[in-house]
Design a protein around this ligand. Structure first.
Ligand SMILES: C[S@@+](CC[C@H](N)C(=O)[O-])C[C@H]1O[C@@H](n2cnc3c(N)ncnc32)[C@H](O)[C@@H]1O
Length: 333
């Protein structure tokens, strides 16, 4: 059925079932529980305090799409695909799976039609406030979101560091760097680089691991990038930040950085390039997620160049990485 166009379309339409099944598997830590080898669904049901038959149905559905492999006696093992849901593997997507099925994310997406009708940000339409204020008042949601960002970061950090030489900088500020996964990857790769993790106070408060790992090579600063960012660094990293905002706010953020950076400083925007028509589904779908959640957009290279120019920065060029994220570089002069 899946080989014909109607079957393929039906599979796309029903994609939500896969998302939610993977979300539940992540919540129940199924992949971690199978890390040492095959186990029966009865055994997993007892350990996760779930319903024996319902858990078996979840697991066999996941086996039908290649995330698990079902053996005799209702036993299951991880496939190579399923390994990516473990919490302790490089590039784990568990954090992202934990977020996408939660009511906060799931229910907001269910009102996408309102944004398509009005052009307004879905999250605001549904919740009456922006994502950042909403999460700031809900520590559990904030922790889940930061975990999702760290999870996505694991997908791209190594590829970006392979593609772009951060070793030439003495000091890098990771502007809105979350828990500092990208900064940690840079400091680990280049031991001459020092780093500053800048984000909202509640977020940097959870970045203790960075201090423990890098000591005085790294400090954290809490604040808002609409007001000020730490000054004097050689490079200002903005990873997955500008796509959260509409042009006006992006220009405001870039102007704040422009003010803080020295003459020789660089701004490095790490984002997906939207690409041309009929391609790059990850960027085009992420763009929809930006409409739904933060109220921003994914952009093309020309659009990033225009943002830089509007903020008084000079666009230098883009470096592509194997993970589909590019480094868009701009200088102060
Ligand atoms: C999409 S996440 C990206 C995090 C990180 N750069 C990464 O790639 O994993 C956006 C980040 O922007 C931060 N943020 C939102 N509003 C902010 C503000 N006004 N000032 C500083 N950081 C802010 C959030 O706390 C969050 O960590």
């Amino acid at each position: 059925m899946e080989d014909n166009p109607r079957g393929a379309l039906l599979r796309l339409v029903s994609g939500y079932q896969v998302s939610q099944a993977l979300h539940v598997a992540a919540r129940l830590d199924i992949a971690d529980r199978l890390a040492a080898g095959a186990r029966s669904s009865d055994d997993l049901a007892a350990e996760t305090k779930t319903h024996v038959d319902a858990l078996y149905r979840l697991l066999r559905a996941l086996a039908s799409i290649g995330v698990l492999h079902e053996l005799d006696g209702r036993r299951f093992e991880l496939t190579e695909l399923g390994e990516g849901l473990r919490s302790d593997v490089a590039g784990s997507v568990r954090g992202w799976a934990l977020m996408i099925g939660r009511p906060m994310h799931w229910n907001t997406w269910s009102s996408l039609v309102e944004s398509v009708r009005t052009g307004e940000n879905t999250f605001r339409l549904v919740h009456g406030t922006d994502v950042w204020s909403y999460r700031a008042q809900r520590p559990e949601e904030l922790a889940i979101f930061d975990g999702a960002m760290t999870s996505m970061s694991g997908q791209v950090d190594a590829a970006v560091i392979d593609a772009y030489d951060f070793g030439r900088f003495r000091q890098v500020v990771d502007v809105a760097g979350g828990r500092g996964a990208m900064l940690a990857a840079i400091l680990a790769r280049h031991d001459t680089v020092r780093g500053v993790l800048f984000d909202q106070p509640d977020v940097v408060a959870n970045a203790q691991a960075l201090h423990d790992r890098f000591g005085d090579r790294c400090r954290t600063v809490g604040g808002s990038f609409f007001e000020r960012v730490p000054d004097g660094a050689d490079a200002y990293l903005l990873k997955s930040i500008l796509h959260d905002w509409e042009d006006e706010e992006c220009i405001a953020i870039l102007r704040v950085i422009r003010k803080a950076m020295p003459q020789h400083g660089l701004v490095l925007v790490l984002e997906r390039d939207l690409g041309g028509p009929n391609e790059n589904a990850p960027a085009k779908l992420s763009d929809l997620n930006m409409l739904v959640n933060p109220g921003g957009r994914e952009r093309s290279e020309n659009e990033y160049a225009a943002l830089f120019a509007a903020a008084g920065l000079r666009y230098v060029g883009a470096t592509q990485s194997a993970a589909g994220v590019s480094v868009f570089e701009a200088s102060a002069t």
